[in-house]
Design a protein around this ligand. Structure first.
Ligand code: CAA
Length: 258
């Protein structure tokens, strides 16, 4: 499959999707979001892939939704066209782990796209912001909901009301980012993490993802009930038998994703 606005690469069991509109700092337009959704769902359906990385360029993960396109929109276009809902949330259907590898700007929709991923790894030059207020709009791709869950209400308000940029160190300290790497090492290091995840039993990794994501959608007691049922289901897999036998026999496990 060839795309105009993204690049795709497969490295063993890891798929890398690179946002590729360098002339506009990877501003997210309809074509890019359609292609990204298509690539994500294709890799999710591919049995050879176990983990997906979304990244951008050294200068920009993505500088937000495409302002040149949005500037022409009125209420009719965005409401009847179902802007954002129509094609930005395909990533939520992906059941395999997805890592955002963020270098440079992750602004507005770019920050929101990173937050839709399962975890965010940042380069030391990463900058995060929700600057929509300066354009006369509010964050529209989940920023007002995911950012406070990630960094606290106080910091989310600070960021979304001032539009200021937060650097990688502040983002890691605030809980938005899992780890920081030197910019030149980012993709190499994130591939190592993705390969580590890809070597885990796939069904179990998918259950970890599903259970943690459920914690954002439910009460504590319902979430724990859901976790307990998935935990019980693990005991129906071959990989539970193999993982525990390998531990007791002091040998590496050979998982079969079954
Ligand atoms: N949409 C469209 N084009 C964009 C863009 C965007 N979000 N961000 C940058 N570009 C374009 C610029 O217009 C410029 O194009 P030209 O060369 O044709 O002039 C090119 O990318 C390079 O950008 P700059 O010259 O501005 O580069 P810089 O290094 O001086 O500044 C920046 C970089 C600080 C990221 C600045 O480009 C900027 O502030 N961009 C906009 C960020 C923003 O407001 N994002 C939020 C968008 S709204 C949104 O995302 C809504 C939502 O919630 C879904």
């Amino acid at each position: 499959m060839s795309y105009n606005t993204i690049l795709t690469e497969v490295d063993d069991k890891v798929a890398v999707i690179t946002l590729n509109r360098p002339q506009v700092l990877n501003a997210l337009n309809d074509e890019l979001m359609d292609e990204l959704g298509n690539a994500l769902l294709s890799f999710d359906a591919d049995d050879k892939i176990a983990c997906i990385i979304i990244t951008g360029s050294e200068k920009a993960f993505a500088a937000g939704a495409d302002i040149a396109t949005m500037a022409k929109y009125g209420f009719n276009e965005v409401y009847r066209g179902d802007f954002i809902s129509r094609n930005w949330e395909e990533i939520r259907k992906v059941r395999k782990p997805v890592i955002a590898a963020v270098s440079g700007f992750a602004l507005g929709g770019g920050c929101e796209l990173a937050m839709m991923c399962d975890t965010i790894m940042a380069a030391d030059n990463a900058k995060f912001a929700q600057p929509e207020v300066k354009l006369g709009i509010i964050p529209g791709a989940g920023g007002t909901q995911r950012l406070p869950r990630a960094v606290s209400k106080a910091k989310a308000m600070d960021l979304a009301l001032t539009g200021r940029m937060m650097d990688a160190v502040e983002a890691e300290r605030s809980g938005l980012v899992a780890r920081i790497f030197p910019q030149a090492e980012l993709l190499k290091e994130v591939k190592v993490i993705a390969k580590t995840i890809a070597e885990m039993p796939l069904l179990t990794a998918m259950m970890v993802k599903e259970a943690i994501n459920t914690s954002y959608e439910t009460t504590l007691s319902e979430g724990i009930h859901f976790e307990r049922r998935l935990f019980h289901a693990c005991f129906a897999t071959q990989d539970q038998k193999e993982g525990m036998a390998a531990f007791l026999e002091k040998r590496p496990a050979k998982f079969t994703n079954s």
